[in-house]
Ligand binder design. Structure first.
Ligand SMILES: [Zn+2]
Length: 199
């Protein structure tokens, strides 16, 4: 006798999971960034976003259901049948600041990277020039959205940045440098500001 074993979806333990996550975007050098995200390669960005956001596979952003279906007809889209009778469809971008934007994901990543790796911070004007955006307003808007997302405890950046207080405002970066153990979870990470934009 016995029960039928429940259908199990094996989940690897935490340690294994975190290994599968690529390093956050702010810990990359400029060269690493450009190698990982070639210009125009949106799929590279989405692959990375998925690995950072959902290392165990897509999860419904509305109800948290991990048993979602990959929509074969639409790349980077899934369907959850738990929170909507007809199925709730969502993309990799839903619930992040990259949703509903007409800018390539690569631009968002690059601006995030520039903002978090430039030692003295970067102005909207500098971003505008560097990125070659049509308007200063675009640069300002993106920077504003990213900065706001860094302060929010949520996952608006899709996990591409590991947010802790050392990132907010780009200040107090080295404040805890000597107090190892207090911020045990952040040990071994490269705080922003220490990494130069070398190429
Ligand atoms: Zn759902």
């Amino acid at each position: 006798m016995g029960y039928a074993a429940p259908i199990s979806r094996e989940r690897p333990p935490m340690a294994t999971r975190s290994k599968r996550r690529p390093q956050p975007v702010h810990q990359m050098s400029s060269a690493e960034f450009d190698a990982r995200f070639p210009i125009g390669d949106e799929d590279a960005c989405k692959t990375y976003l998925k690995a950072r956001r959902w290392p165990d596979g897509a999860v419904c952003p509305r109800c948290g259901n991990p048993n979602v279906y990959d929509l074969k007809t639409r790349k980077w889209h899934w369907q959850c049948e738990q929170c909507a009778p007809d199925g709730y469809r969502f993309s990799i971008l839903v619930g992040t600041i990259f949703e509903n934007t007409n800018k390539p994901l690569r631009d968002w990543f690059k601006v995030t990277h520039l903002m978090l790796t430039s030692k003295k911070g970067i102005s909207a004007r500098q971003l505008w020039r560097y990125m070659g955006f049509g308007s200063l307003k675009t640069a300002w808007f993106m920077a504003h959205r990213i900065r706001t997302a860094l302060i929010e405890p949520e996952t608006k950046l899709g996990g591409i940045v590991e947010v802790d207080e050392t990132y907010i405002g780009g200040k107090s970066i080295n404040k805890h440098g000597g107090k190892t153990g207090i911020h045990g979870g952040t040990r071994g990470k490269t705080p922003i500001g220490r990494r130069s934009l070398r190429s």
